[in-house]
Design a protein around this ligand. Structure first.
Ligand SMILES: Nc1ncnc2c1ncn2[C@@H]1O[C@H](COP(=O)(O)OP(=O)(O)O)[C@@H](O)[C@H]1O
Ligand SMILES: [Mg+2]
Length: 303
């Protein structure tokens, strides 16, 4: 079986991989067509077609024995295995909540069901999308299940410790936000009921499959349940027709009502996590455009 997948070196995807993974990323990109061919043989895949707008991983749909499947391949083995373990964990304890996993290499790739029609929540009406995300967060939070491999998932404390080593571009652009976000994370983590979070639960990662909205693409991190709301606050900002400040406040209120989590905690984690998100962007690319996320940070600042 042959695959003919090519990746343009000037694509945003290739640039992202190189800015985050450096020389390892360059090698991985060079080797990717060969690796995809190997995986196609391993899983008997045909017609592998990359999705548009890839960001950090190779994701493509394919056919396997008459069934539509999706292949995801990463340069970061630990991250893709966390992702796979998170999906298997929640598949065990929920119904129609997460994308079904079909197989894994236990290294750099896994295979999942292709979600059909596959429309993401960012194509949806703002209020309804927030409602769906709130319900997802509540449902995940209701799972009280033993974790067999807790060591696999880092704590958000590890994420926030990265604020202490933020690069010059981040320090210049974010100033006092960095210390403030770090202090908030430390304070809130002292009284946290740590749970296994998705860690990147936003509109593009919740996808329609038949009658259900299924969760995809988890980071897998241990943290406070209210932290889970932070990723969606910076996404799909085009839906906020009366401005980012009003829209973000409305999202916080709606999420609090749907999830039962405290609005103050949602705001505080939203602020801290979105400062961290700006630092991640600027540390990877000092010219990254953080203006939209900074507008969200500003909207949450006064809370
Ligand atoms: N199982 C799936 N079924 C249908 N589409 C999918 C599936 N998994 C991913 N996609 C599509 O591929 C895109 C990228 O996948 P994702 O896992 O979110 O990758 P990344 O980690 O790069 O964000 C998604 O936004 C979605 O459009
Ligand atoms: Mg994604």
């Amino acid at each position: 079986m042959t695959s003919t997948v090519t990746v343009r070196s000037d694509s945003q995807f290739a640039r992202n991989v190189v800015s985050y993974a450096g020389a390892l990323g360059e090698r991985w990109l060079r080797d990717l067509p060969r690796r995809i061919e190997e995986l196609a043989n391993h899983w008997q895949l045909t017609d592998i077609t990359p999705f548009e707008n890839l960001s950090f991983n190779f994701v493509g749909h394919a056919m396997r024995a008459g069934e539509s499947v999706v292949l995801k391949v990463s340069w970061d083995n630990a991250a893709i295995q966390r992702e796979h373990s998170w999906l298997c964990h929640y598949a065990k304890y929920t119904k129609n909540m997460v994308v079904p996993v079909l197989s894994t290499t236990e290294q750099d790739a896994y295979l999942m069901t292709k979600l059909i029609p596959g429309t993401a929540l960012n194509r949806h009406d703002e209020e309804r999308a927030t409602e769906v995300l709130g319900r997802c967060i509540r449902a995940l939070n209701e799972v009280v299940a033993p974790m067999s491999d807790e060591d696999l998932f880092p704590s958000t404390a590890v994420w926030f410790s990265q604020l202490q080593v933020a690069g010059d571009a981040s320090k210049q652009a974010l100033g006092e936000h960095i210390d403030r976000a770090y202090a908030i994370s430390r304070e809130l983590l002292q009284s946290t009921d740590m749970r296994l979070l998705h860690g990147d639960l936003h509109h593009a990662n919740v996808i329609r499959h038949g009658d259900h909205w299924l969760i995809t693409d988890p980071h897998g991190v241990m943290g406070d349940p209210a932290h889970e709301c932070a990723a969606m606050l910076r996404n799909a900002l085009h839906g906020l027709h009366d401005g980012i400040a009003n829209g973000v406040q409305r999202r916080v209120s709606q999420l609090a009502a749907t999830t039962g989590l405290e609005a103050e905690k949602i705001s505080a984690w939203g602020y801290a996590q979105n400062v961290l998100s700006c630092v991640w962007s600027l540390d990877a690319d000092p010219n990254a455009d953080i203006a939209p996320v900074m507008a969200v940070v500003d909207a949450l600042y006064s809370n």
